[in-house]
Ligand binder design. Structure first.
Ligand code: CA
Ligand code: CA
Ligand code: CA
Length: 298
């Protein structure tokens, strides 16, 4: 009779855990064109966790791993006097990275980690081809290994539905992860298919990524970011085509190998920006170049 009662109590305890704890793990991918970045987050509700372990899968034919990192701001060990290193991400198996993170702080052993959109870890990849990369997530380790443990020492992944792995989603502004905004691709090329960041369709020497950043037309060889420099009446006048929401930087050099900053944070005044220098302030031979800081992808 006593044994039966204990079993009933145990069943009740499991039910309580199931109702209370929920960890949802999901990834987000974005691209600069040549590089793909994946960030993996967790929504941790109704409990605080002290460890997580998961795997991120990628296609080796499409991507080469550059770097995998834990979010050490949140996941760290502290022995009471110093932060102690924890396991590095393990990329030993082809096409997968094992992340094992823990939060154990000797100054506050029962703190754990809770909250929405907690960054677990990140990875950066170099792309090997124009394919749209795909990723997957799963529990990190099997067997007797406890992956998601809360501050009450419950192993959450043994409770049905307590730990859920969602998909890795692409940046909604760049679903094909080529570094070009899908709306931008649609506007100039009628869709995202067959359009890639490194293409130079109009042959003006600026690739699509550069044209997008500069706000120029990737189908018009006369539309590109370049400087026009004129000199007269003791002044040097520099002009360039500009686009909304950009900031420009002008650099100068006596030799092409030696550029230095002249002006930064120059706001766009479309369709052209103009700045002037006193000729006497510049050496006889002088080079200029322009840099642009673009808004987020659209
Ligand atoms: Ca795109
Ligand atoms: Ca071009
Ligand atoms: Ca162009």
């Amino acid at each position: 009779m006593k044994t039966k009662l204990q079993l009933l109590l145990l069943a009740a305890a499991l039910l309580v855990s199931r109702a209370q704890a929920a960890v949802r793990v999901y990834g987000e991918a974005s691209s600069t064109g040549p590089e793909i970045s994946v960030k993996v987050y967790a929504d941790i509700a109704d409990t605080a966790i002290v460890s997580h372990t998961f795997k991120l899968f990628y296609n080796q034919a499409d991507l080469q791993l550059i770097e995998a990192t834990h979010n050490l701001d949140v996941w760290y060990l502290h022995n009471g006097s110093a932060t102690v290193p924890y396991a590095e991400p393990n990329a030993g198996q082809p096409g997968e990275i094992l992340f094992a993170g823990a939060r154990m702080d000797g100054r506050n052993p029962r703190s754990g980690v809770t909250g929405n959109r907690v960054l677990l870890a990140s990875a950066r990849f170099a792309r090997s081809n124009p394919n749209t990369p795909t990723f997957d997530l799963s529990l990190g380790q099997g067997g007797h290994f406890a992956n998601f443990v809360d501050i009450n020492a419950n192993t959450l992944e043994v409770v049905p539905d307590a730990v859920k792995f969602m998909s890795v989603k692409a940046n909604p502004a760049d679903e094909d992860l080529d570094g070009l905004g899908d709306r931008w691709e649609d506007k100039f090329f009628g869709g995202t298919k067959g359009v890639f960041y490194s293409d130079d369709k109009d042959g003006d020497g600026v690739n699509n990524a550069g044209e997008q950043a500069a706000g120029t037309d990737p189908t018009d060889e006369n539309s590109l970011l370049r400087l026009r420099i004129t000199e007269g009446r003791g002044r040097v006048v520099i002009e360039w085509p500009s686009a909304e929401d950009r900031l420009y930087t002008i650099e100068g050099a006596k030799r092409l190998s030696d550029f230095g900053l002249l002006k930064e944070g120059i706001r766009a005044t479309p369709p052209m920006n103009v700045i002037e220098f006193d000729r006497n302030d510049l050496p006889e031979t002088f080079f200029f170049r322009v840099g642009v800081e673009a808004p987020p992808l659209q």
